[in-house]
Design a protein around this ligand. Sequence first.
Ligand code: IPE
Ligand code: IPE
Ligand code: MG
Length: 252
Amino acid sequence: MSLFSSATQRIPKVTAVPKHIAVIMDGNGRWARKRFLPRIAGHKRGVETVRELVKQCVKLNVEFLTLFAFSSENWRRPPEEVSFLMGLFMDALEREVVKLHQNNIKLVMIGDRSQFEAKLIEQIEASERLTAGNTGLVLTIAANYGGRWDILQAMNKMQVALPELAGKYQEENLQPYLSMSYAPEPDLFIRTGGEMRISNFLLWQLAYTELYFTDTLWPDFNEDAFSLAIQSYEKRERRFGRTSEQLQKPKP
Ligand code: IPE
Ligand code: IPE
Ligand code: MG
């Protein structure tokens, strides 16, 4: 039995504030180019936006915040940019983890970390260990993550664990092996930077997530911009397949 029910199996309870927000932090490069700065300057500024957003989520009592930091396709970028991003990830972990811990935030990293350098893997493991017992916001960083990779690695583990069910697998058999089995499915997905695509993020988990796209570039995504996303979410009618009439409260 998995901890959280799936939106396709059971209708989830909807809360005013999203319990889980997943974000594609896009537009760093364009933010920098607009200022005649190298792309990496945008990535550096983007870390500050992360810090601010984490604060906002704690204030709002969001339970899970999941950030897409590096996709399995981002290795296709110029090698200098890839190594800058890896370095930035390492620095940010080193600098921020104590503060996260003091704020009772639990840090989790999802994605295929086997391709990272040994010292980055150690830093990730140390950060996860330090914050493992925290009970506040769960901050998940998706690095070298791809939605298809996630589904495939889960399928392979499921098949090894439950060979006797071959040909008869159900959602609940797969769910425990997905990277985010510890979290409910995202209520709200935000993508900054103007593109309207999922870019191989949480493919399985976004089945019934409310999608929000904004032209605001990630380094400019401040408290006001985040409020607009939350306001948009508040206006959504989450039907999960039902009709609008079914959602109206029965008359007394
Ligand atoms: C998102 O910003 C950060 C990562 C993908 C690591 P981009 O670097 O994609 O910025 P744009 O899309 O080129 O503006
Ligand atoms: C998606 O952004 C990945 C991250 C934000 C980490 P990209 O900028 O790489 O996405 P595409 O390639 O434009 O779809
Ligand atoms: Mg981009």
